[in-house]
Each structure stands twice: as C-alpha cells, then as structure tokens.
Design a protein around this ligand. Structure first.
Ligand code: SF4
Length: 283
C-alpha cells in the first residue's frame, strides 16, 4: 500500500491483496476494516469496494521498483493466507519476495494452518530464505496460542509472533524455533485493556529463551500519551537482518518477465503487464 509506514516495526507496507474477513477476537477492532469501509463507494479509490477481499495484481511488482532496501510488511490491509486467495497467487507473491531480495519481508497471518501447509509444500522455495520472516498473530489462549504450534511446524528460516492486541495473560508459551516476538496493546475507540504483568511475563520469557523482544505500545484510546516504555525502557529488538545487493533495473525486468511467464498465461493469476516495471520512475 505505501512506500512508508507508521507501524513501529516496519518501514513500508505492500498490499497485493486487499480486504479480509474476521476470524478471531483479535479482529474485533481491525484497523484495516475501519479504514477500508470508510472509503467504500468512493469512486476510483483503491478501497471503493471497502473491505471485500480482492487480488491486486497491479501491486505485485512494487518491491521490484523500490530501489532502497526496506523492511516491508506484507498485506497490512489483508491476510495473504485467507482461504479466498488462490494458492497460485500466494506463490506469485512469494516469487516476487525471492526476486526482490534486497528487502526484508514480514509476512503475518491468523490463518496458521494454511501457512504451515503451504510453507511445507508449494512455498518451500521461499520458506528457508532468511530475508523473509513468517509470523502468526497471537491475541489470546483459545485462538492465538494454538497458532504458534502451526508456525513451529512450518519449515521457515525466520519465525515470529505478533502478540497484539494482547487480550489476556498467555501463560507459558513455547518459544523454541521462534526468532522474534512483538507485543502490544490495542489502541483506538473501545480498546480492550492490557495489564503490565502480562507484558512483563512475555518479556521475561523472551529474555530467558534469548528471543529478541519488541514492545510496540501500551495502546488505549490515546496511544501516543500511553507511549511504549516498559519499566522506563524502550524495547526495539529485532532478529539479525541479512542484506542482499539491489538488482539492476534490467535484472528486475527479467525477474518480472519470468514470474509473468509462469503465472500470466494460465488464467489463474491476472498479472499486470510489464509497462509499470519499465516506467522511468522505476530507475
Ligand atoms: S485477519 Fe487481520 S486483516 Fe483480517 S480481519 Fe482479522 S485483523 Fe483484520
């Protein structure tokens, strides 16, 4: 969606899918839904169809056009592993991530079963790439914690948990094979409360297991004033980031052509033509 992001743990967002449907309590105040539904019916706007799920193939090439390496959050306005997104399209998105490998990607889902299944099969070519981080959302014990087991069973070089909005004390969670934990409270109107003890418990578990810990925010109705300090400290830890060189424009065009050759002719993935890649703005 945007070359720059206000999300504390990323630089940019990339949305080759838009829209989603709610699946668990963490979705109750989904910011993406609120944003998209406000724009429903606005003619010509990218969110003219509100939060209805749809593929946005014209956005597929975006990371190949970004020349500066970015920490990129995939699908901030959707869920790549939503049951309505065809497998072929998910594979095309992963092909772009492996081609534009000078960026680091954060892929976050609440559909942990599908993530596990695809990383172990059709996405195996992307699973072990250390510039793609695969994560699940964990908001509570009933729906969230069980996603961790699916993530741990998925073949992946880097796995992470986004424990946000944290809705209750989670108790002991299995952190073996997890490389990063983000924790945060809910923000905005009707925000559900977070307790300091819940956060401290997770911070301590991460510390004990040697897992980088990122505390995003306390949240609340006025999240700015609540801030993001925990016991007077800001926790901004990340996994080690691998930096690959930026491909030339010619190489990017070749990558796009190759991906289009795989997917563009089978009718399943209506990829955009290469005009956008050739655009002078690309260079
Ligand atoms: S899965 Fe994510 S994008 Fe989809 S409704 Fe829930 S919070 Fe929103």
């Amino acid at each position: 969606m945007a070359e720059h992001s206000h999300i504390e743990w990323t630089d940019a967002t990339w949305n080759p899918v838009r829209g989603c449907t709610k699946i668990s309590p963490g979705c109750k105040h989904c910011y993406a839904e609120t944003f998209a539904e406000r724009l429903r019916g606005v003619e010509g706007h990218p969110y003219e169809q509100g939060f209805d799920l749809r593929l946005v193939p014209e956005k597929l090439w975006e990371p190949l056009r970004w020349r500066n390496p970015k920490m990129t959050f995939l699908n901030s306005m959707s869920d790549l592993f939503h049951e309505g997104v065809p497998e072929e399209y998910i594979v095309a998105v992963a092909k772009v991530m492996t081609a534009a490998k000078w960026h680091t990607y954060q892929v976050l889902t609440k559909r942990a079963e599908r993530l596990e299944k695809l990383l172990n099969t059709k996405l195996s070519f992307a699973a072990e790439q250390n510039h793609i981080w695969w994560g699940v959302s964990v908001e509570d014990k009933k729906y969230g914690v069980r996603r961790i087991a699916h993530l741990r069973k998925a073949s992946a070089a880097i796995r992470f948990l986004s424990i946000e909005p944290l809705l209750e004390e989670l108790g002991r969670i299995e952190l073996k094979g997890i490389h990063w934990v983000i924790v945060g409270g809910e923000s905005g109107p009707g925000a559900r409360p977070i307790e300091k003890e819940w956060v401290l418990d997770l911070r301590n578990q991460c510390k004990k297991s040697g897992v980088p810990f990122f505390f995003k925010q306390w949240g609340g109705v006025r999240k700015k004033s609540a801030g993001r300090k925990l016991d007077a400290k800001t926790y901004d830890e990340f996994p080690d980031r691998v930096q690959y060189p930026v491909s030339s424009v010619e190489e990017c065009i070749d990558h796009a052509r190759n991906i289009e050759a795989i997917f563009g002719t089978n009718g399943l993935v209506p990829l955009t033509n290469l005009t956008a890649v050739r655009n002078p703005a690309f260079a």
